[in-house]
Design a protein around this ligand. Structure first.
Ligand code: FES
Length: 99
């Protein structure tokens, strides 16, 4: 796992984009639980930087597809899955497994 940020850099219900090994990830903090996913919608490639985060999903700003934060699935359009990455917290550090 690789350190990508600290928890204080990602506001509650907010997002932070980080670049790791040339790859952009979006980090989301939901009440202290952190999720990580690719910064590219699997539908038509829209950046997810201005996506809306709510409860357990993130909604693409372009056509509103909703992706589960835990596994990236889209219940309305199951043929599209947002790539997500395992996250661990080590103290204040956010660690991501890029696989
Ligand atoms: S590009 Fe994201 S829902 Fe269409």
């Amino acid at each position: 796992m690789i350190k990508v940020a600290t928890i204080s850099e990602v506001p509650n219900f907010g997002k932070k984009v980080v670049s790791v090994n040339g790859q952009e990830l979006v980090l989301v903090n939901i009440k202290g639980s952190v999720f990580a996913f690719e910064n590219e919608c699997p539908h038509q490639g829209s950046p997810m930087t201005s996506a809306i985060v709510k409860d357990n999903y993130v909604s693409c700003p372009r056509h509103g597809y909703r992706f589960n934060l835990s596994d990236g699935t889209c219940s309305d359009h199951p043929e599209f899955t947002l790539r997500t990455y395992p996250v661990e917290l080590a103290g204040a550090d956010i660690l991501v497994d890029l696989g």
